[in-house]
Design a protein around this ligand. Sequence first.
Ligand code: AMP
Ligand code: ZN
Length: 662
Amino acid sequence: MNPEKEIINLRNEIHKHTHLYYVEDAPVISDYEFDILLKKLVDFENKFPNFFDTNSPTQRVGGKVSKSFQSIEHDFPMYSLDNSYSKEDLENFHNRVLKKILNKDLNYLCELKFDGVSINLTYENGIFVRAVTRGDGIKGDDVTENVKTIKTIPLKLKGNFPLKFQIRGEIFIGLNDFEKMNKERAQNGLEPYMNPRNTASGSLKLQDSAIVAKRPLQCFLYQVISDNSKTQIDNLNFAKNWGFNISNTYKLCDNINEVFQFINNWDKERNNLNFEIDGVVVKVNQINYQKILGFTSKYPRWAIAYKFKTMQAQTTLKSVSYQIGRTGAVTPVANLDPVLLGGTIVKRASLHNQDQINKLNLHLNDRVIIEKGGEIIPKIVDVEVSKRNLNSEKIIFINNCPNCLSYLQKNESEAHHYCPNAFSCPPQITGRIQHFISRKAMDINGIGNETIELMFKNNLISNYADLYSLKKEDLLSLERMAEKSVENIFQGLNNSKKIPFQRVLFALGIRYVGQTVSKNLANEYKSIDNLISKTYDELIMVDEIGERIAKSVVDFFNDSENILNIEKLKNVGLQFETNTVVLDSKIFDNKTFVVSGVFDNYSRNELKKTIELNGGKNLSSISSKTSYLLAGDKMGPSKLKKAQDLGIQIISELDFITMLKV
Ligand code: AMP
Ligand code: ZN
């Protein structure tokens, strides 16, 4: 077959599977098989660079850096929507429409009003060519390179699409992805992002598209700009057939009462969505009626947004408490009189930092307005100053750590204060040990966060190294600790000795050294001793290691207490070198592997390469000839079952690493 044809076929295959996975949520091949296709395409494209195409699926990973975004005038202005807040407003809208459209067949298409960033996409001959932000409605920014990384946006269309057209939609971040991002940030000692919408719009404006590619951006499309069709609902259905991601929440309503029902229903149901909406958009369905109605200077006369009220409640501020995280960061928390908000009882609200408290000018016993956005914890947005008691006390941010009384410090570039007493401030000590045992770090089964606190209170441990010198009698003396649980703890500690160096490094809890940074450092320096010997100047040369991380690493190893802990952990046998993977051996001669799922320490490709380097062979599907199924997370259940049925040996990533150690 000629290479051009092969490349085109591969691209089409991959476009198809991306769509099935991200838009339809119904993949037909495994991640592994997908990777193989992509790898094949990358190889071909490298070999035949003259067939380069900016819309190849290989370009989704980003890499182009834009110093500034070109301003582009919209072919059709991006209007805003007229707003309504009550049934009366909506009835007025309906009456205005009826004045011009007397026909009985008038109906409305009701859609959700997705709360993200609007985007205008241009397609020519079925190929994605441009993405422009709304900007001021007349001109927006060209963010094509960044948008190309969003998997729910097709780079190539299927079916019977118009030769040239534009389509509009909303780019957003799902709530569970958002939560995950913030958890990771917290783990790395970074401030959380405020809300999904700002994070989505900030992501679109990043200069490096490779970083955008790592953000979990999604897109719903809701408006085809084309003259060819008769109704809005047809447009959505057509767009869906061309491969666009259309939320299936829309509904055709024959009269205004059905519109009200749709609104009432989603006002209740919106808490159950995995993305944020701020209302409903009601659109005249027939395009010829839309044309009769036309536009004002600001918005279409054929559509209106019904805005949900943000969920708010009023309550009394009882006190402010201050929590200290494992990195010493101080988070003020408002304790409130319990109040019902959006279906849950709220007792606490986050106050973020000192600036936030000052901005609100909070006083004790203030009547405060709390609001729930996409965040899990509600926030205080306003104070009813008129209801304040004259002699109530102003909330003054603390100067000293409530746990160890150390004087708090603050870096100018950061918003939060922190307690500098890393080694004897109780919540920092327990926080670090809790991080050490967590799933993505040492993954010590059998010990929970409460157990750590209990052990600490009973003076059994004062750092993570102490975990390995715990005695059976000590543990049995703890409240509610049974023989079986103690066994599990020792088992868990023992298993953790297999955890590879990069995760041990992450577990140490060096500020700003998250999973990715740990991996980079481990790959670069191979052993802890080597890493400890590096200077600030050497460290900043490593991939993705900036000044802040380099300084934090140097500070960490300059502390004798940290060095002592590391020595202790070395002595009990934790992995402090990356020599776990043997290269170039024959230990897997005549062995065949199927690698499937997602792994904690290595990518699937790294694992496959290691298998080959050690004489083994990779297969894409399981048969009776398979020696091992190397199983990660999220593996397809059918694969697992097949392996079990055939009696294939199923091994974990850690088993695999252990096999390689000779
Ligand atoms: P506003 O920003 O309040 O003027 O509302 C207009 C914006 O709502 C548009 O620019 C879109 O970004 C957004 N929007 C979200 N969902 C929809 C939808 N289903 N139809 C039209 N616009 C929508
Ligand atoms: Zn403290």
